[in-house]
Write a protein that binds this ligand. Structure first.
Ligand code: NAD
Length: 316
């Protein structure tokens, strides 16, 4: 936000439901950002804040989950030039609305940089870091089973292998399973993978990946953790109720790299890359470098290249 401001923008911002921190609001306010609303877990309050932002007559929207564009469509103000959407879920929400949006909207999550820098490398590192910090256990020689070999799962599996764990991957998709095999991971059948695991990590986006029904398979002392977005990948409540202390679910199945004491989340460098994509995409929309034909499309290749080249130059 401060980068946009330094680029000449007047910035109105509001937070997320449940997760906005007062210290962030204070910091932004002290630096001249107009922050709408306050931390809240009340959906009606949050809705009001979103409307206030949309009704402020913006030229650009930086959206997360499609909340702002979906409201703007209900009261379109033609001062809006377009903007960006951060997430996959927002892309899915906005795609069917293209006919009504008819503005450039660039989807940050669909940049390969976001996929490999944040989802693969940063989530992989932060899940390993959180596991070490929360358990104070070594990874060396431990058998770790990772459910899911998408962008995030690849990073989690690689980071635990790099920390000298013996890593197996359970994947629903045969093609991704083959990739895991060719990347050098064990790809046992699901039950065998659970039976041999000292540590089980889910990172699939799916529900009920490991449940209390799996308890007979799990070793005494097994540690379970979820790195997927929602806490429903591991049925933590069911497992804890039935396990009688025999296994541990870290942070009740909430995203292990963002939950618990002193969560650090992803490295700041990986977030910098995503924010640089945001700033460059908003600049392209403001300058008219992309038009309404770019409605809910991935980041233009030229922007990916600019951001990547600048990061590499800074790293030399
Ligand atoms: N912890 C974080 O900081 C963080 C950051 C980004 C994304 N995420 C979340 O991580 C999850 C995965 O994201 P991604 O980008 O890797 O998604 P993805 O779609 O690239 O990969 C998910 C993989 O899981 C597999 N899968 C689905 N159900 C399965 C099951 N029951 N058993 C085994 N494999 C299964 C799919 O076939 C797919 O290959 C999502 O919930 C995402 O929101 C978390």
């Amino acid at each position: 936000l401060l980068t946009l401001q330094r680029g000449g923008a007047e910035v109105d911002a509001t937070g997320n439901l449940n997760t906005t921190q007062q210290s962030a609001i204070d910091y932004l306010s002290e630096h001249g950002v107009h922050v709408v609303g306050a931390p809240t877990a009340d959906a009606a309050d949050h809705d009001r804040y979103l409307w206030e932002v949309v009704r402020s007559g913006p030229h650009l929207l930086l959206d997360n989950g499609g909340d702002l564009f979906a409201r703007w469509i209900e009261e379109p103000d033609r001062r809006l030039l377009g903007g960006t959407e951060e997430t996959t879920s927002g892309r899915m929400r906005l795609e069917p609305l293209r006919d009504r949006l008819r503005l450039p909207v660039l989807v940050i999550n669909d940049s390969p940089i976001k996929q490999f820098a944040e989802n693969r490398h940063a989530v992989g590192q932060s899940v390993l870091e959180s596991f070490l910090r929360l358990t104070n256990k070594a990874t060396n020689g431990r058998r770790v089973t990772v459910f899911g070999y998408g962008a995030c799962g690849k990073g989690v599996a690689a980071n635990f292998r790099n920390a000298y764990a013996v890593v197996s991957v359970v994947e629903r998709d045969p093609v991704a399973r083959l990739e895991a095999l060719l990347d050098g991971f064990l790809v046992p059948e699901r039950d065998e993978a659970l039976r041999s695991a000292d540590v089980v990590i889910t990172v699939t986006g799916a529900q009920g990946v490991v449940t209390a029904a799996d308890l007979p398979l799990l070793k005494d002392g097994a540690i379970l953790a979820n790195a997927g977005h929602f806490p429903w990948e591991i049925d933590a409540a069911g497992i804890e109720a039935a396990a009688d202390g025999r296994v541990t679910v870290l942070e009740s199945g909430h995203m292990v790299n963002l939950a618990g004491p002193r969560p650090l989340g992803n490295s700041i460098e990986s977030m910098d890359l995503g924010f640089a994509l945001q700033a460059r995409c908003l600049e392209a929309v403001a300058r008219g470098d992309v038009g309404p034909e770019s409605c809910v499309v991935p980041v233009p290749r030229a922007i990916d290249e600019t951001v990547a080249a600048a990061f590499v130059a800074g790293a030399r």
